[in-house]
Design a protein around this ligand. Sequence first.
Ligand SMILES: [Mg+2]
Length: 161
Amino acid sequence: MLGPDRYAPRLHDVPHEELEAAGIRGLIVDLDNTLLGFRETELGQEHLDWVERAHDRGFRIVMLSNNFSQRVRTLAAQLNVSCIPNALKPLPFGFLRAKRRLQLRRREIAVVGDQLFTDVLGGKMCGLYTILTEPIEAKDFAITRLFRFFERMMLPERRTP
Ligand SMILES: [Mg+2]
């Protein structure tokens, strides 16, 4: 029930063709530790390129973050995607707002994030396809570290960097 539909080291490891073949047309993407490590201030070129190519192929993307800083909006603007900060994942409200923005059906949307108990759990509760990525940086807030402990217990097969 709790496992993601797919694992990927990073978002840019997921081929656009694969998503298209699965009928996915929209993405709800986490920010912290999915697109950007806590100590990083700039998005990696691979992520910028991946999102740009996704747009070229017609994917719609919304950034959904529990973070509430101005940084979320700045980085979303750099990626040319709409954003919903302070999302309170795994609660469904933010995911449902993102789904309305995407104007797509549930089966056409994939959630991408590094945390089982926010990104994957929330996405699954809303009936969305879920992709769990490797966290970019191991240094997390205390609550996230606690979640990571339970993640390791539940997902021993997930590779760690
Ligand atoms: Mg995250």
